[in-house]
Structure formats: structure tokens, C-alpha cells
Ligand binder design. Sequence first.
Ligand SMILES: [Zn+2]
Length: 477
Amino acid sequence: MSHYDLLITNGRILDAETARDEIADVAITNGKIERIDQDIDPANASDTIDASGQWVIPGMIDTHVHVANAADLGRIRGLGLQMVAAAGATTVIDLGGSMDALTAGINARGSGVNVGSLGYLKPGETVPEGRLSPDMILEIVGTALEAGSLGIKLWGGYYPFTPEETSRFIATANSLGAYVAYHVGTTETGSRLDGLREVPSLLGSSGRVHVAHINAYTRGSILPIEEEIQEALQIVDSLRDQIVSEVHLARPNFTLGKCDEDGNVLADVVGNCLKLRNYAPTDEGIRAALRDGYASTVEETRTGLVLVTGERGVELFDAGNTDVPMSFPVNGAESAFQLTAAKNFENEFIIDAVGSDAGALPRNVNIEQAMRLVKFGALEPLEMVLKLSLNPAKMIGLSSKGRLSEGFEADITIIDPDLGKASHGIVAGELIMLAGRVVGRGGTILTTDRGVAAVEATGVPHETVDISKAMMYSGRR
Ligand SMILES: [Zn+2]
């Protein structure tokens, strides 16, 4: 008679790959799913979780978080790792971070989640100022891989390169078998629809890339929002063999409140958010918007960053000399909804996944918002699992994750459908989150062959990923 380490009983098992949707028990041994069956005897298990009335899905994988980022959001190291685990993620990809910050975060406040990171490219920090030659670009991408990153993240919306440099970064990452993600925008375009329109010419006939948060380019700055959504879908679908993509479902955006000596806001985004509701694009405008509850800033608590508005928000804004994170509820539900639900003529989703663009930012709402779409009828439960688990696993080339079947890794998220939130997170058979409380520790770094030596030197456990199996290279099968 077998003995199981953990038994999850009576849950609704949802697996997108096999289209399994049934009430059953899941038995776990040695970090793997050993058996899925009816009425497995709890006497054969060391531990049991009663999942009656709950949904049991393959561990949620968030392909767009910021847990080790360059922006220094959150002074408490590793806070983002706690926040993603609390939201039900079991594996996350840090889209633009440093391996040092990631390692420090895991050591300080790791939550047991698996984390891969993409090296950020910021002139003056990880990249020399001025024009970059092909040789320099080759060296920059190689350096990121040697440090343990899965590849690189181009932050076109903040640190744009020329179209030639951008194109060369992508081609170089492709030739080295590295992961490459792109927040659109070059020196010729912006973080808007025109940046997305530029992608085909940057890729040519063979370039491959993960285009981050498609919804961020459909805020209506060039055409009416509805037309931007349709055009974005057309562009993404026409590049089906060359790009993978995600959409985030959070209402709040994140930007910086910094004002100049005359009190005028510096960031375009902040100015636009203020003008949208007839506030002046100044420090006084921000204070008024904070008092009215329209604008928020963030405050650190022991469990994570939280949005703060009202008088306390004004206090924090002044204490930080205006140079504080700001958030406005401006991400359109219309674009999030349409981009998530849209399918092509083959009846496949045009956008592959839901990714939070959160982590250390308080908007880890993949599961909460996707569950709302399920309740609304815009996604079937198995389609939600496809977007939260299976496709993200394929995007990174994690062939042993994203599936809830016998023999696969026991990374599992349990969702309470009444609350519309994750109730448990399990990584390799170990509980890392229970009712929103993170109980996991440490973590595993996902790296490539070239990064193994560097990660091994940190002492943090690692798992090697073969990026040639990532969806952008291997296709969607
Ligand atoms: Zn991001």
C-alpha cells in the first residue's frame, strides 16, 4: 500500500491540458502528483487538506512580476515574494530585475515560490550610456545569462533604445537561446499603440519575443480605445508564430509622483491621470486627488505594500518630497476584458496569459480578477486555468509544471470560489500559503545552463530551464 506525503480531498480538479474537470482526490509523494482518483484513503497520507467546495488547479504561474526590481520599490527585501505567494502564485518571472536583489530577497523573505528573472537594461547601470555596438549587445546579454538570469527585459517605455539597438537585443537573445521580454517603445515610438505597431519591423521574419502587458498600449492615446484594442489584437494575432503575450487585469496603474521645484509633475503618466479628472498637473493637484481618494501612494506593512489615500496619503507624499510611487485607477476594464477574452479564427486565445505586472506592487489580482471573468461568463473555468497555469508554463518552457496530472510536479493552487481568491499554495508538495498567510520559506531560482555556476555560488536552490522549449521558440502545441 502506498503512503502519501499529502492528500488533497474532494476538490474540483481543473487541468487545462487534459480538460479534466471533476471532483477527486490528489495524492502527493516526493513533490510529485502520484495519484488522482476518487476516494483515496486518508489513512494512507501523512497530511490531508480538505478541499471540499474548492477548486484545485495547477500552481498559478505569473509571467510578469517585479520582485527584485531596479526601482527599489519597497525597502523591505523580498516583500514582493511574500505578496505573490499570498495571492496564490507558485512560480513567478521577475520582468526586469537583478540577480543580486533576487538572491537577497529570497534569503531575507523568501516565500517558497520558484522565481526566474530577466536582467533589466538600464543605461548607466547595466548598460553603458550612448550607442551600443552589436558586440556590446552580445556581451550585455551574455552577462545577464552568466549571472543566472533567464534572459533580458527591454524596458522601452522607460529606457528606450533606438530601433536598431532594440532589434539587435532581441536577435541576440534569440541567437543565444535566451528569454527576451519587451515593454514596447523605442526612441522613435512610445509605450503606446505606435510602439506595438513597430514590433513587426523590429522582429523581421524570424525574431521572437514576449511582449509585456498588451493592455498598457490600448489606453486611447492615439485612437479611440475600442479601435486601439482591435488593432492591438490584429497585430498580436498576425505575429502568432513570433510573439507570446499577457494582459494584466488590475485597475490601478503605478507611476512616480515626483514634481520639479515649481511643483509641476514630471511624469507624463501622472499628468494625464490628473487631467483625466480635472486636477492640475501639480503637487497641489496630487494632494487634492489624494484627499479625494482618486490618487493613492503606497505604504509598507509587514506583509506587503498597500495602497494608501486620503490624509495619510498626503502625509506620505510630503514626507517623500513628492518622489513616491503613485497609483490611479485608470487601467480600463474594457481593454483588460476584451484582450483577455478575444479568440482568433482557430478559436484560440490571441493573448496567451494573464500576468499581474505586480509582485511588490499591491495589485496581485490574477486569480481574483480571472475568477470575476469566470463568474461573468467571459472565461470557462478550464480557460482560466489555461491562462493562469498551462500557458504561462509553456511560455517559460516548464514542461513539468502548469499541469495537474499524475507524474507532474506537485505545484498546486487551491481557490475558494465563493471568496474568489486563492486559499492554499503548494510548491513541490509543500504548503507555502494558507488562507492568505504565507508559510513558505526560501525559494528556488529558475536559471539556464549558463547561469548554474553563479546561482550555485549563492547557495539558493535552483532548477535549470531549457529556454529553447519556451513557447516563443517552440510554438504553442
Ligand atoms: Zn512590468
